[in-house]
Design a protein around this ligand. Structure first.
Ligand code: ZN
Ligand code: ZN
Length: 780
C-alpha cells in the first residue's frame, strides 16, 4: 500500500508531526481519508489503527501539514466521530511516500460505530442498472451499513464479524484492499457474487421459490398480509398501514392491544402528507441514525385509525437498510414496521428463532443469511421545545459513548432499573449507554440483559470494578450486580432511583456542583422503603437531599392499582372527600356500578394495609379515570398518555386547578405537594359536564403550576437556580412546554434530557455518574 507519488514539496524545509486521533475512527473509512488528504498534499508518512484509535505521522512543508490537519477535521468521514486530535512534533525522516501501515494490536480503546443508514453513494449504485450491485440489498461501504450488530469480537476485522462466513470475490477484495476506494477495509463489503442473499419463507417456514422476493413481499403487503422482515439490527413485522383489517390482524396476533405501532414511509414527503412535520423533526427523520420520530397527526390522513388510537402522534421512520429502499421503491405506501416480537419480549435475532417465535403472526418471512449478533430496537425520538428528545435509545445511537463530567476512577457497570432497562458501562469519562433492553420481568429480556452486559464488556475490553444499582433489593438488575460483585469481590454502589434520574440530566449537560432536581415518574424505591416518584431533590452527583414530594397516594392492591387506575382514583376520592361523600361524587370511570370492589378497596385503605406511592404518574392515572379518559394501563404510562392526548385540541389558556404546598407534620422535614384541591375541582368539573379536553388542559396547567411553586420554594431554601427535569412524566410535551418556559421566565436555568430518555432508559447513565462521583470522592 505504498503511494507511487514522489514528494513534490521537498524544496521547502520539512516538518513532521505525530498525530493521535481518538474517537469513533476505526471501521468508518478514516485511514483512506487520511491517505487521500496526505497524498493530495504531497505529504509522506504513514497511518495505522492501534489500540487507542488512529495514529499517524505526516511529513512535509509546515503549511501543507497545517492544511492537512485543518482539512482532516473538516472532511472527516460521515460515520467518524473525533473526540481528540493530538499532534506533537517529530524529527523529519525524509520519506518519499505515504502508506497505510498494518494495525497494531493491544489493549483497545477504539470505539465501535453504531449501525447506520445506507449512504447516498451506495443507494445510487443500487439503483444503477449498470452497477454490479444493481438491486443488491446488502450493499454497503465504509460510510454506511452494519457495525455494532455484526461485531462478535474485537478488533473490528472481518473474521470477528458475522460476515466471516462469506469469502470476498476478487472484485470485492480489490475494493477492500485499495486505499483509494470507498470500500477500503469495509468489513461487511459484499456483492451478489460473494455476499448474503434474501431467503423468502411461507407461514410454515418453507422456502418459497421466487425470482424476486421483494416483489413478492410488496404484493403480499398490498394484499393485506403480515410479513416478517429481517432488517439491519433485528426483525420487523410489516403490514399495510392503511388497512384496518391488516392492522387489526397484527394487533390480535401480536397481543398488542392498544399501544401505538411504528411505521415506515417512503420519504419525508410521505410523512408530511400525514403528520405535521417541523424542520427539527424532518432533520431527525432524515438523519443518518434514522430514528422513529413521534409527529403530530394531520386531519384527513389515509392511515388506519387502529394504528395509534388514543395518541395525537404517529411514530414514523424512513427506510435505512438498502432492503427497505427496495421495498419502498416508487412511493410504496406507508407500512406498519413494529418490532418483530410478542408484546414486551425482546426483538428476534436468528432466523430459526424468528420462525419459531413469530409463528402464527407472520404470513410470510423475508429472511437473509447475514447473521445479526447484537439486536437493537429502533430508536424513538420526538421534538420538544424545538429540540430532539430521545425516548428509546437503540439502533443508530448505541454504543456511541456520552461523556461524564468527572472521570470514573475505576470502570463502572451501571445495571439500570427494572422497567425500560438499559445498562451503562463507564470507563474514565466515557459512558457507554447500551441499547434499550426492556422490562426485566420478562424471562427473555432478562437473558438479553446479561448478554448485553457481557458484550459491552467484551467489545470495550473493560471489566467493571464497581457495580452501580438501584436501591430496590428485588430488581433483577440489582440481584445481578450483587451476584457478580460477590463472585469477583468487587464494590457495589446503591443509587436511589430519582437521584439517578437527576444525575442523568446532570451528566448530559456536564453539570457538577449542586442542582435542584424535579424527578417525576411512576414509582421508584425510596431509602425509607416507601415508594417515591414525585420528588423535589437538592442533589450533587454524589449525594442528595429530599426537599419535598407529592403527597403519597394509596395504591389498593399495589401493582394491581398501577394496572387498574380506577383503584387509585377511588383512593384519591376517598382521601379528598371521606368515605360517605366519595361515594356520591363518583365521576368518569368510577361512575359505573361496581360497589363490591370499592368496599374492598376502602377497607384496604382505611385498614392501613395499602402501600402508598408519591409518583406523579399515579396522579395522572387517577385524573385520567376521573375525567373519563382511560381506566387501564395495558402498557406503562397509557392512562397518562391518553390524558395528555385528550387535551390536544384544548385551549392553551385553561386556568389551572388549585393545589397546596404544606410543611410536613414532622419526620424528615420535607414539605408536601397536596393535590387534593385539584381532585375536588376535577370532580366538580366532571359533574358540571365539562369535557375531558378541558379537564385535562386545566390539570396539566395545575401540575406545571405546582412544580413551578416547588422549584421556587426549593430555590428559596437553597439558593440554587439550576433545575434538572427527569422522569417519565417529562416525556409529556404539554407539561414540559408549560413548565420549562415558566421556570426560565423566573430566572431558573432549566436542564432537560436530550440523548437519553427522561424515563427509566436514562437511569443507568445517572447511576454511572453517581458511582463515578462517589468513587472519585472516596479516592481523593
Ligand atoms: Zn455506503
Ligand atoms: Zn463480491
Amino acid at each position: 500500500m505504498t503511494a507511487a507519488d514522489p514528494n513534490p514539496a521537498n524544496a521547502a524545509p520539512a516538518v513532521r508531526r505525530r498525530i493521535r486521533v481518538r474517537g469513533i475512527v476505526q471501521g468508518v473509512g478514516f485511514r483512506p481519508t487520511v491517505y487521500r488528504l496526505a497524498t493530495e498534499r504531497g505529504l509522506s508518512g504513514w497511518v495505522l489503527n492501534d489500540a487507542e484509535g488512529v495514529l499517524m505521522e505526516v511529513e512535509g512543508p509546515a503549511a501543507a501539514v497545517d492544511d492537512f490537519l485543518r482539512t482532516l477535521q473538516a472532511e472527516r468521514p460521515p460515520l467518524a466521530r473525533i473526540n481528540a486530535v493530538e499532534p506533537e512534533d517529530a524529527p523529519p525522516r525524509g520519506e518519499t511516500a505515504f502508506r497505510i501501515a498494518p494495525s497494531e494490536a493491544g489493549r483497545r480503546r477504539a470505539l465501535i460505530s453504531p449501525d447506520m443508514a445506507v449512504c447516498d453513494d451506495c443507494l445510487r449504485e443500487m439503483f444503477d442498472p449498470a452497477d454490479r450491485r444493481h438491486r443488491y440489498p446488502f450493499i454497503n461501504c465504509t460510510n454506511c451499513g452494519p457495525r455494532y450488530s455484526i461485531i462478535r469480537d474485537i478488533p473490528y476485522d472481518r473474521p470477528n464479524t458475522t460476515m466471516a462466513r462469506f469469502t470476498m470475490c476478487p472484485a470485492c477484495r480489490a475494493e477492500y484492499d485499495d486505499p483509494a476506494d470507498r470500500r477500503f477495509h469495509a468489513q461487511p463489503n459484499a456483492c451478489p457474487e460473494c455476499g448474503p442473499h434474501l431467503d423468502l419463507r411461507d407461514a410454515g417456514g418453507r422456502p418459497v421459490a421466487e425470482a424476486d422476493p421483494v416483489a413478492a413481499v410488496r404484493r403480499a403487503l398490498l394484499d393485506g398480509r403480515i410479513v416478517a422482515v429481517k432488517g439491519l439490527t433485528g426483525f420487523h413485522l410489516a403490514c399495510d398501514a392503511r388497512s384496518d383489517d391488516a392492522v387489526a390482524d397484527l394487533r390480535r396476533r401480536k397481543g398488542r392491544d392498544q399501544k401505538a405501532l411504528a411505521m415506515m414511509a417512503s420519504g419525508a414527503r410521505a410523512v408530511a402528507e400525514r403528520a405535521r412535520l417541523v424542520d427539527a423533526a424532518r432533520a431527525l427523520l432524515e438523519s443518518i441514525q434514522r430514528p422513529i420520530v413521534l409527529v403530530p397527526k394531520r386531519e384527513g390522513h389515509d392511515l388506519s385509525p387502529l394504528l395509534a388510537p388514543a395518541s395525537p402522534y404517529f411514530g414514523f421512520m424512513l427506510p435505512y437498510a438498502p432492503l427497505h429502499y427496495l421495498i419502498f421503491e416508487d412511493d410504496f405506501p406507508p407500512l406498519v414496521m413494529t418490532s418483530g416480537n410478542l408484546s414486551e419480549e425482546p426483538i428476534c435475532r436468528e432466523n430459526d428463532e424468528a420462525l419459531r417465535r413469530l409463528a402464527g403472526i407472520a404470513d410470510l418471512y423475508l429472511l437473509h443469511d447475514r447473521p445479526i449478533h447484537t439486536v437493537c430496537d429502533d430508536s424513538v425520538t420526538m421534538v420538544q421545545r424545538g429540540r430532539p428528545l430521545m425516548l428509546r435509545r437503540g439502533r443508530g445511537y448505541a454504543p456511541r459513548p456520552l461523556s461524564l463530567p468527572v472521570a470514573a476512577a475505576e470502570p463502572v457497570l451501571a445495571v439500570g432499573p427494572e422497567l425500560k432497562n438499559a445498562l451503562c458501562l463507564a470507563r474514565g469519562e466515557e459512558a457507554f449507554v447500551s441499547q434499550h433492553v426492556g422490562d426485566l420481568k420478562n424471562a427473555l429480556a432478562a437473558r438479553y440483559f446479561e448478554a448485553t452486559a457481557e458484550r459491552l464488556e467484551r467489545l470495550l475490553e473493560t471489566r467493571p470494578a464497581v457495580f452501580a444499582h438501584d436501591l430496590h433489593p428485588a430488581y433483577l438488575s440489582t440481584r445481578y450486580a450483587r451476584r457478580r460483585a460477590r463472585e469477583d469481590g468487587l464494590r457495589l454502589v446503591a443509587v436511589q432511583h430519582h437521584h439517578a434520574h437527576v444525575a442523568s440530566v446532570m451528566a448530559e449537560h456536564g453539570l457538577t456542583g449542586e442542582v435542584l432536581g424535579l424527578a417525576m415518574d411512576g414509582t421508584g424505591y425510596g431509602p425509607d422503603g416507601t415508594v417515591w416518584g414525585g420528588e423535589v431533590l437538592r442533589a450533587s452527583a454524589a449525594a442528595y437531599k429530599r426537599l419535598g414530594h407529592l403527597r403519597p397516594i394509596p395504591l389498593p392492591g399495589g401493582d394491581a392499582a398501577v394496572t387498574h387506575p380506577v383503584r387509585t382514583a377511588w383512593a384519591l376520592l376517598l382521601e379528598t372527600f371521606g368515605p360517605a361523600e366519595a361515594e356520591a361524587r363518583r365521576v368518569g370511570y368510577l361512575a359505573g356500578d361496581r360497589a363490591t370492589d370499592r368496599a374492598v378497596w376502602t377497607q384496604m385503605i382505611l385498614g392501613g394495609a395499602t402501600p402508598r406511592a408519591c409518583g406523579l404518574g399515579r396522579l395522572f392515572d387517577a385524573v385520567s379515570v376521573l375525567a373519563g379518559v382511560s381506566a387501564e394501563n395495558t402498557y406503562e404510562g397509557q392512562a397518562a398518555i391518553e390524558l395528555e392526548a385528550a387535551a390536544h385540541n384544548a385551549r392553551d389558556d385553561a386556568p389551572p386547578y388549585p393545589f397546596t404546598l404544606t410543611a410536613a407534620a414532622g419526620g424528615e422535614g420535607a414539605w408536601v405537594l397536596d393535590p387534593r384541591p385539584m381532585v375536588r375541582q376535577v370532580v366538580a368539573d366532571a359533574e358540571a359536564g365539562r369535557g375531558a379536553a378541558e379537564i385535562s388542559a386545566r390539570f396539566h396547567a395545575a401540575v406545571a403550576d405546582m412544580l413551578r411553586a416547588a422549584a421556587r420554594r426549593a430555590r428559596d431554601e437553597t439558593g440554587l437556580a439550576r433545575v434538572c427535569l427527569s422522569g417519565g412524566c417529562f416525556a409529556n410535551a404539554r407539561l414540559v412546554e408549560r413548565l420549562a418556559p415558566a421556570l426560565e421566565s423566573e430566572g431558573f436555568n432549566v436542564y432537560a434530557h436530550r440523548d437519553v430518555p427522561p424515563g427509566d432508559g436514562g437511569v443507568a447513565l445517572g447511576q454511572a455518574y453517581v458511582a463515578a462521583a462517589r468513587t472519585t470522592v472516596d479516592n481523593a
